[in-house]
Design a protein. Structure first.
Length: 118
């Protein structure tokens, strides 16, 4: 699993962005479906559903652009981990897959804490 550093603004962005715009290319959409059985719609549901938690900015695996990670449920409660970047102010999914056991535990722990705070 890649390592991330939490960026405070990412949580605010996830919660307060009124409309998410996405950029898709056929290659990424097909790759995520073939490899992990994740559809474009499921990825978009994670963002739109406002239940995702940020992993932060990816610190390993050098890339030509900043990459960020989130964990969140689809509308059918499938928990996904999504790595994405921004292109022209749009979300561009790099990778999406079912959350690992460790990621599920992290998600559950953070959601419990945030429910107590609300």
């Amino acid at each position: 699993m890649a390592k991330f550093i939490l960026m405070e603004w990412l949580w605010s962005w996830l919660l307060n962005t009124p409309i998410f715009e996405f950029e898709w290319d056929k290659g990424n959409s097909l790759k995520n479906f073939v490899k992990h059985k994740v559809t474009r719609q499921e990825v978009e549901e994670v963002f739109i559903g406002r239940q995702a938690i940020p992993l932060g900015k990816q610190m390993e695996l050098e890339a030509s652009e900043d990459r960020y990670g989130i964990i969140g449920p689809t509308w059918h409660e499938r928990l996904l981990t999504i790595i994405f970047t921004f292109r022209n102010k749009k979300v561009r999914a790099i990778s999406s897959r079912s959350a690992s056991k460790k990621e599920r535990k992290t998600y559950d722990k953070v959601r419990k804490i945030t429910k107590r705070i609300q």
